[in-house]
Design a protein around this ligand. Structure first.
Ligand SMILES: Cc1ncc(COP(=O)(O)O)c(C=O)c1O
Length: 440
């Protein structure tokens, strides 16, 4: 089953695509060598390409499809809304219903606003924190991906040639031409290193608006942050009147009220996105009423004017509401249980194949590393060229044998998966691990 033939329909489409888009796409995630495969349709946890090959989808559009593809309840609700219009300059009731639902999920969500992407949600949180505190700088963990806002993306792709001292990581730009001011306004702390992080934060306490944290950063290895790290950062922000912002764009799926429930820590603001849109573009920022009120357009002085043409459009609100209502406490717990089974099965397959690999993750996600020990920091998780090669080999093997993963060899589950799909995953992984063993 090799779909990479240059004669395929996908190859022909990619030739056309390259003529009109840099790299032939608007989104690098879809690229594969020698060309992307084009989709025909998705149904449940399966995706069928235009060559007619179906695969189990563990990528779920980068963790955003909590109920898989084309869930009947979402399709029906959105179809009904489509007939009535997609976007208005009048308010809609469904926005209020969805806002009420999201605020019920977490006591810390006293107030919420919707936007169109995770990037925008994180940007909104950082700007709200600056507006509230009147301070310019933000701190974030090395390697953590928070979307594409200049300040949020600093050091996201730091590597051994530019990341500097582990105790005092450098602020590394992602895009060429990033203003020097953005670099100096972003303080990088090492993930999961409480003492070192606090030492760095202390040096900037009077200039910081907020600390931005992902509690299980994908690029940091997809291991849950240690409770000691989260507690240390939380306590430091309380002592220094600096806001704490959690980026739960991916991790919100981990519990009914987000991964923050693992720690019993309430941030001042939470950024969300991905799955809460029910398959449509979305972002949201929620948290303390007094902080969120910097966006209140009715205030005498509006500290942070905030708007967006498609924000809270009724299609996203409808799909999001239906999807989140279905992702109730029982659904969350069942999904996490299935993911526990997957992680245990993968760990066993690694042991049987006897290769130096490990599996990390939490909630409904997992990531496979070609390293014997689970990484704790971004630098630990950083892949050597050989590890990268083995991960690519495994990804290709899985893909050719009917499984789509995220390109770091991470997987996310959807509620329409069953033990059957988990068994297929584990069997295919075992066969892939055995092939890697032969390369070692
Ligand atoms: C943790 C995290 N924050 C923010 C974002 C940005 O979200 P979006 O791609 O919707 O802009 C992502 C996207 O992968 C993410 O994983």
């Amino acid at each position: 089953m090799n779909n990479s033939s240059t004669q395929s329909r996908s190859a022909a489409l990619y030739e056309r695509a390259q003529k009109v888009m840099p790299g032939g796409c608007s989104r690098n995630t879809v690229l594969r060598k020698p060309h992307p495969l084009y989709v025909d349709h998705g149904a449940g946890c399966y995706v069928t390409d235009i060559e007619g090959v179906s695969r189990i989808d563990y990528a779920n559009n980068m963790a955003s499809l909590i109920h898989g593809h084309a869930h009947t309840a979402v399709v029906e609700a959105v179809t009904a809304q489509l007939q009535k219009g997609t976007a208005f300059t009048l308010a809609t009731e469904v926005e209020i219903e969805f806002a009420e639902h999201m605020c019920r999920r977490n006591d810390g969500f006293e107030s919420i606003r919707f936007v169109n992407s995770g990037t925008e949600a994180v940007m909104g949180c950082l700007k709200a924190a600056r507006a509230y505190t009147g301070r310019p700088k933000i701190a974030k963990a090395e390697g953590a991906y928070h979307g594409q806002y200049d300040y949020a993306e600093i050091s996201q792709t730091a590597n051994p040639s530019n990341w500097g001292d582990a105790h005092n990581p450098s602020s590394v730009p992602v895009a060429h031409g990033t203003p020097a001011s953005a670099l100096s306004d972003v303080i990088i702390i090492p993930f999961n290193q409480p003492e070192q992080a606090v030492e760095i934060l202390n040096r900037h306490r009077d200039e910081l608006a907020c600390v931005l944290l992902d509690l299980m950063p994908h690029r940091g290895g997809l291991g849950p942050a240690s409770p000691a790290f989260v507690q240390a950062i939380y306590a430091w922000t309380r002592e220094n009147n600096v806001l704490l912002v959690f980026d739960e764009v991916i991790t919100f799926r981990s519990n009914y009220g987000g991964a923050q429930e693992w720690y019993g820590v309430r941030p001042d603001l939470t950024a969300m996105g991905k799955m809460i849109g029910g398959g449509f573009p979305v972002g949201a920022l929620a948290g303390r009423k007094d902080v969120m009120s910097v966006m209140n357009p009715l205030a005498d002085t509006v500290l942070f004017p905030h708007s967006g043409t498609f924000s809270a459009n009724p299609i996203t609100m409808t799909a999001g509401l239906v999807s989140m209502e279905m992702f109730d406490k029982t659904a969350v717990s069942n999904l996490n249980h299935l993911a526990n089974q997957a992680r245990a099965g993968i760990a066993e397959a690694i042991q049987i194949a006897d290769i130096p690999a490990c599996v990390t993750g939490g909630g409904s996600m997992f990531r496979i590393h070609m390293k014997p020990e689970a990484p704790v920091t971004y630098r630990d998780a950083y892949m050597t060229p050989q590890e990268s090669q083995h991960i690519q080999f495994l990804l290709d093997y899985l893909f050719d044998n009917g499984i789509i993963m995220i390109n770091t060899c991470s997987g996310t589950l959807s509620t329409v998966m069953t033990e059957k799909e988990i068994e297929v995953l584990i069997e295919t992984l075992l066969a892939g691990f055995r092939k890697i063993k032969q390369l070692l």
